[in-house]
Design a protein around this ligand. Sequence first.
Ligand SMILES: C[S@@+](CC[C@H](N)C(=O)[O-])C[C@H]1O[C@@H](n2cnc3c(N)ncnc32)[C@H](O)[C@@H]1O
Length: 233
Amino acid sequence: MSGTLYGTGLGPGDPELMTLKAARLISGADVVAYPALAGAESFARSIAAAHLKDGAVELRLDVPMTVARGPAQAAYDAGAVEISGVLEQGTDVVFLCEGDPLFYGSFMYIQARLSGRFTVEVVPGVNSISASVAAAGPPLVARNEVLTVIPGPLAADDMRARIEGADAVAIMKVGRHLGKIRDVLDGLGLVDRATYVERATLAEQVVLPLADAPADAPYFSMILVTKGRDQWL
Ligand SMILES: C[S@@+](CC[C@H](N)C(=O)[O-])C[C@H]1O[C@@H](n2cnc3c(N)ncnc32)[C@H](O)[C@@H]1O
């Protein structure tokens, strides 16, 4: 009998936002796996740290963040081989994933490689949009409004068109794209409707009107835009 692969969502950073199910699986796991940026502490591991069992084997996947997909794909290939070796021996593996595992989550790359051969169970988590909205305050969408989720690396023209067609917008993966995003929103007259949220739910959380946001944004930041829905409330 092979082991089961669990893809656990850990929420946006505050360990109290982890589900009871994820905490139970992690605290019982003999083997956990998690992604990390090369050379850095794993954010996913830091969220789960208090639940890790003494002596648990940790499989760390060093995933380079490069524009080219090849290096990251190679890291997931290697990680999948390592995880499959454990599963083949009949041991479960609990994969730690920040936020929700299947919402821009790293777990999907492991799931895609292993789901044909092993039983895979996904435990959903609180995603970073929900966390950022809770921190920022105004509700994001109401009634029949359309929410558009935009990755920061999108080209400015594409981003502008998608924002124009949306009622509310969550722009993720802000980081080095902050200047471009600011310019697009400025051109649309939406800077005053935009909120900048950095590291939501963590002690270092920052929430600011976009106009007051710092010049440099970290990767774990988001911009929320509501276009004026006060008539529903
Ligand atoms: C690869 S995606 C991971 C999304 C995650 N799986 C989720 O469910 O939210 C990374 C992006 O999520 C957003 N993000 C994740 N955690 C965040 C947090 N605590 N505060 C603000 N944004 C966050 C940032 O935009 C970041 O660039």
